[in-house]
Design a protein around this ligand. Structure first.
Ligand code: HEC
Length: 157
């Protein structure tokens, strides 16, 4: 009897406290929800347009950034062109397995016109699908990478 009453009171108090806390938490959650609702709409519209711009310009994220000859261009040339334009054979006098060799060009002259992708023979060849002479054409993103590198001035980077 004596021990159960204070226990009940303590229980009641605890429940009231819990109820109060729950109410506070609920109100807090509402405020938070309201806030995040309004900021959420701005951030989501912001990220939507951001996503659209970055999506439409995956090419421009390439052209925007600097293409590395050593890390991005040379591996493509070596793996897809090296069999005919490499140390084994240099078709048309063209070696594509090092920076200096690429810039030295072929028996007909330069194949890369730094800063001018359109007039670069190398770009014309891969964009038209004439090169690689055998096997499938380069992937569109590989062509884009090499084109961007030339457009960026064909640096030895
Ligand atoms: C199977 C062999 C082969 C492969 C692989 C190959 N080429 Fe060629 N390439 C040739 C031959 C042969 C020529 C001479 C012209 C012709 O026959 O079309 C040539 C010519 C060229 C020329 C013209 C050179 C000039 O000034 O006349 C360029 C540029 C060129 N290749 C770039 C490439 C690139 C870039 C790749 C890789 C994406 C590549 N080639 C892969 C065989 C090949």
């Amino acid at each position: 009897m004596f021990s159960s009453t204070p226990e009940l009171r303590a229980n009641l108090r605890a429940r009231r406290l819990a109820g109060l806390l729950a109410a506070l938490a609920f109100a807090g959650a509402l405020v938070l929800a309201a806030c995040s609702g309004s900021t959420g709409s701005t951030t989501s519209s912001g990220s939507a347009s951001g996503g659209a711009s970055s999506g439409s310009s995956s090419a421009s994220s390439n052209s925007g950034g600097t293409v590395s000859f050593a890390n991005e261009v040379l591996p493509i040339l070596q793996s897809r062109c090296g069999s005919c334009h490499g140390s084994g054979q240099t078709q048309a006098g063209l070696d594509l397995t090092s920076y200096s060799a690429v810039m030295a060009g072929s028996m007909h002259g330069a194949v890369v016109s730094a800063g001018d992708a359109n007039s670069s023979t190398l770009i014309q060849m891969i964009a038209s699908g004439r090169m690689p002479k055998r096997g499938p054409s380069l992937q569109p993103n590989q062509i884009q990478t090499i084109t961007n590198w030339v457009a960026e001035g064909a640096p030895n980077n």
